[in-house]
Structure formats: structure tokens, C-alpha cells
Design a binder for this molecule. Structure first.
Ligand code: 4NP
Length: 147
């Protein structure tokens, strides 16, 4: 399974989703590829936001070595599932889809709810982490024979 997590800047939410999902896959001995990207290119090359890095660190997840990159249409070829954080990400990613097969790979990480953008609200990071972790546990549980 190859999973791409997508948010707007690829410095707050999707790096957390990448880190949590990769750690869970490793713990479940699943040979998954997990990556993340942003629909916007503003922060390309930057490390994750320190508020995300610190939140992840306190739960034993290291995201400090990730670097922001921008989502491109090539990602539809490289990944089986593209999991986005909110509906604006969904719209932006779907706008790059070339065909129905591309579109079928894309869905909200939370199925029918959004992971809120914490960039302008320091108090949201813990909540964002919890939402992402629960969603990733749900995905792993449905795919793994170990849990
Ligand atoms: P992210 O958060 O999409 O979760 O990485 C944001 C990061 C940066 C900005 C907005 C949201 N920004 O406006 O620069």
C-alpha cells in the first residue's frame, strides 16, 4: 500500500499524518510507503512546523526530518490512496486529476469530516494529532491482520 497524506502547506497536518501512519505501519510489520505533500508550494523544502514536531515528539513520533513538497499530478501514479485533510485540499487535489482512476484514489482522511487547519491557532495541535491518530489506527486496523 502506498499512501500520500495531503494538506495545504505540508508543514502542520500532513507531516503528522505521515509520521503517525508510517510508525503504525512499521509497528504492524506492514511494508507500506507513506509520504505527504501540500497543495500549495509556499513552504517547499522546509521542515515541519515546530508545533507539529513538538506534538509528535511528545507521543514518540519523530517527524523532524521531513521536508515540505508540493503535490503534483505525478503523485496519482505513485500512490494507491491520497488522503486529504479538508475539503479545500479535496477540491485542489481533484482539480489535478486526469481521469476517473485518479479521482477514485482521493478521499478525506476522516471520511466525512475535516482535520482543521491549526496554522493560526496554537491550541488546535493536540486535537489535530488526536483526530489524525484515530483515523490512522482505523485504517491500519482495517488493513492489518495483526489487529
Ligand atoms: P498545513 O497548515 O496545511 O496543515 O500545513 C498550514 C501551513 C501553512 C499555511 C496554512 C496552513 N500558510 O498559510 O502558510
Amino acid at each position: 500500500m502506498k499512501i500520500l497524506m495531503v494538506c495545504l502547506g505540508n508543514i502542520c497536518r500532513s507531516p503528522l499524518a505521515e509520521g503517525v501512519m508510517r510508525q503504525l505501519a512499521t509497528q504492524h510489520k506492514l511494508d507500506w510507503t507513506v509520504d505527504s505533500a501540500g497543495t500549495a508550494g509556499w513552504h517547499v523544502g522546509k521542515r515541519p512546523d515546530s508545533r507539529s514536531t513538538n506534538t509528535a515528539n511528545s507521543r514518540g513520533v519523530d517527524i523532524s526530518q521531513q521536508a515540505s513538497r508540493q503535490f503534483t499530478a505525478d503523485d496519482f501514479d505513485k500512490f494507491d490512496q491520497i488522503l486529504v485533510m479538508d475539503r479545500s485540499n479535496l477540491r485542489d487535489v481533484l482539480a489535478k486529476a486526469r481521469n476517473q482512476q485518479d479521482k477514485d484514489k482521493v478521499r478525506l482522511l476522516l471520511d466525512d469530516a475535516e482535520v482543521p487547519d491549526p496554522y493560526y491557532d496554537d491550541t488546535l495541535f493536540e486535537h489535530v494529532y488526536e483526530l489524525i491518530e484515530q483515523a490512522c489506527i482505523k485504517i491500519i486496523s482495517s488493513k492489518s491482520t495483526l489487529s
